[in-house]
Write a protein that binds this ligand. Structure first.
Ligand SMILES: Nc1ncnc2c1ncn2[C@@H]1O[C@H](COP(=O)(O)OP(=O)(O)O)[C@@H](O)[C@H]1O
Ligand SMILES: [Mg+2]
Length: 370
């Protein structure tokens, strides 16, 4: 089976790495040829709104998926007229606008933090008056790794926040005083059967994921998150892997955002689960039965951001795996990740601290997980 992927970043690359042993081959579409996917797939270059090139790309493959959630919906629809697109363009659209996403969550009974849409400076003043501070002003579209966000700690921060992100539709959200952040990755096959990974706990530093540990052994949170994700998948008639990020506030799940694709907080599943999120995504879209999502042990995944530690120091740590995305270093850029699967939480946490240090990520916010 020949799979086309819109986007050829590290997610597409890891998808191909897991699909090649299944007998699949890959062609990816991206703006340039110097992309992480180039090591494992043919690359077609073009703009994401060049419908003619996109159609030609679609003609070459059996099936199309995406590794980037901001593929224009019109482009996904044009591709879908030629080859099946899974997840569907409708599911893709659902995650592109923070306001639409929050409305969908609310309609499905999934709690979200109090929020208000913001179009102009007056809206922001009214939102702050209604919801209070602290809060976060976010762009409705195209935000990632904490980009397109401005914190409002007190009411007098409003002007500065407005200047930082103005000029596009925004949303003001109350700041959630969370005890932890967790995420659930699940897969839904073409017949509507679902499988969920164990809940993972995420540590973000400056809005960007620094570390994920799994499983988070909290049966009540697991059940709650599965019920939310299951309803979301059913509502979207979803096929593939879907992730929802949650805050845990006073023991209660508050949904932050969804990603209609494989997710950074699911990278631990490559070594840490019986079937990785990448393989399960491919199985789902290709019409194969899903694989077991059981954890093999206690996993940690640490992102390598901005700079790669010396390969030699990584290789010297028994049991630690390096995933190098083949990207050139740039501050704030995700260049790779490290994983370790331990026999116990204690052993895993000991390694987690070493990996955070190796990644230069600081260990100040480190604490035992749920
Ligand atoms: N309303 C909020 N309350 C508390 N923390 C938040 C809130 N919104 C975002 N954050 C913090 O910023 C991180 C990134 O924000 P998120 O909305 O997930 O954007 P991105 O699309 O960049 O991942 C979150 O994981 C969390 O740590
Ligand atoms: Mg996020």
């Amino acid at each position: 089976m020949h799979i086309g992927i819109l986007g050829a970043g590290q997610l597409g690359r890891m998808m191909a790495i897991s699909g090649i042993p299944l007998g699949m081959r890959f062609t990816m579409y991206d703006r340039g040829a110097d992309v992480p996917g180039a090591a494992v797939a043919d690359i077609v270059t073009g703009a994401f709104d060049d419908l003619q090139r996109l159609r030609r790309f679609a003609q070459r493959v059996d099936l199309v998926t995406f590794d980037w959630e901001n593929v224009p919906v019109a482009s996904a629809r044009a591709v879908a007229a030629i080859a099946p697109v899974r997840p569907s363009p409708r599911a893709l659209a659902a995650g592109q606008d923070r306001v639409a996403e929050k409305r969908l969550f609310t309609r499905l009974g999934i709690p979200v933090a109090p929020w208000r849409p913001v179009e102009d400076r007056g809206d922001l003043a009214r939102a702050i008056a209604a919801l209070g501070v602290p809060g976060i002003l976010k762009t409705r579209r195209l935000g990632y790794d904490g980009k397109g966000q401005a914190r409002v700690r007190r009411a007098t921060d409003a002007d500065r926040a407005w200047q930082l992100v103005r000029g596009q539709p925004l949303v003001y959200e109350r700041f959630v005083n969370f005890s932890r952040e967790v995420s659930l990755v699940g897969a839904r096959d073409r017949a509507g059967r679902t499988m969920f990974y164990p809940l993972a706990e995420n540590l973000h530093v400056d809005g960007i994921l620094a570390m994920t540990r799994a499983p988070c052994a909290d049966a009540r949170l697991q059940r709650g998150a599965e019920s939310h994700l299951g309803r979301l998948m059913a509502a979207l008639a979803y096929t593939g892997v879907l992730c929802v990020e949650f805050f845990v506030e006073r023991g209660r799940l508050v949904a932050n955002e969804m990603a209609p694709r494989v997710h950074n907080s699911g990278h631990w599943t490559i070594e840490g689960a019986e079937t990785s999120q990448f393989e399960n995504h491919l199985r789902a879209i290709a019409g194969l039965p899903l694989g077991s999502t059981r954890a093999r042990g206690h996993s940690v995944m640490v992102n390598l951001i901005g700079r790669m530690p010396p390969r030699r120091s990584i290789a010297a740590l028994p049991g630690v795996h390096l995933h190098d995305y083949g990207k050139s270093p740039r501050p704030g850029r995700k260049l790779g990740h490290l994983t370790y699967v331990g026999a116990s939480r204690t052993v895993r946490d000991r390694l987690a601290i070493r990996l955070l240090r190796l990644a230069g990520a600081g260990t100040r916010s480190f604490r035992p997980m749920c």
